[in-house]
Design a protein around this ligand. Structure first.
Ligand code: GLP
Length: 259
């Protein structure tokens, strides 16, 4: 695992966006096959998406041959709801880049058969050739996608019941009202994310410091599902300084020195 540390959230986001653009360009230089990327939502990736939009507009990267799969979506929230992850992705990324609409995949939290929707999503990822790169965030409790504590590290896309803590944290997007936050979500599994050739996770702010400590220095455990990244051959966590505030001094120095 590599931990990239930048002074600020913006600097770390710019680093991540350029890293992703370089990977898209590197594949395009040697192959006609699409670049398959996993994408996340939340407040964390917004600056990374803004920088990717700038890079597309400047002609430095194109999403014409990119296929994306979002990691999660609430169950039962109308697609047009401003807090649906469909709305989020269009607002912060898809409406501003050149990715063909047919290449965009987001789980349908209103599907009549949610289990079938999840199974079809896994098949579609496989049919696309699997992920070249998965971009993720992390919850305050260390969850990756919506893989709450005690999710199997072998899990695949499925229906998840959200913890009260996650609903509380996300209630800031729902007028501060926990009851308005859907109780369930569809989410790719830990194994779905870890199946990517590369995983880049963003973490910003002191609220993520405990999750980063657990994921980086703790044991691999279903208690902190991001810790599964320790077993990944190409895992990166890109942080600002506050997010690494609980790492041991020696860990911090190691990651700063080895970048
Ligand atoms: C939600 C999402 C996660 C995201 C997390 C952190 O639980 N399902 O994918 O990583 O929130 O959100 P934020 O970036 O707003 O801190």
């Amino acid at each position: 695992m590599q931990v990239i540390i930048r002074n600020t959230m913006v600097e770390a986001s710019v680093w991540a966006a350029r890293y992703i653009a370089d990977k898209i360009n590197a594949k395009a230089a040697v192959s006609d096959k699409p670049f398959v990327i996993g994408l996340c939502t939340g407040s964390t990736p917004i600056e990374t998406y803004a920088e990717l939009i700038r890079l597309v507009k400047a002609g430095k990267v194109s999403f014409k041959n990119v296929i994306s799969f979002n990691m999660d979506e609430y169950v039962g929230l109308p697609v047009e709801h401003p807090e649906s992850y469909h709305s989020f992705m269009h607002k912060y990324l898809f409406d501003h880049i050149d990715e063909p609409a047919a290449n965009i995949h987001i789980l349908d939290g209103n599907a009549p058969d949610l289990a079938a929707e999840c199974a079809a999503y896994e098949k579609a990822i496989e049919a696309a050739g699997g992920f070249d790169l998965f971009l993720g965030g992390v919850g305050e409790d260390g969850h990756i996608a919506f893989n709450e504590p005690f999710s199997s590290l072998q899990s695949r896309t499925r229906v998840i019941t959200l913890t009260r803590e996650t609903r509380e944290v996300n209630s800031r997007f729902f007028d501060g009202d926990l009851e308005k936050v859907p109780a369930q979500a569809l989410s790719v599994g830990v194994a779905t994310v870890m199946g990517a050739k590369e995983v880049v996770v963003l973490a910003f702010g002191s609220k993520k410091a405990r999750a980063i400590k657990d994921a980086v220095e703790g044991p691999i455990s279903h208690y902190c599902t991001l810790s599964a990244l320790q077993n990944h051959p190409a895992g990166i966590i890109a942080c600002d300084e506050p997010a690494v505030g609980e790492l041991k001094v020696n860990s911090y120095r190691y990651f700063k020195a080895t970048e």
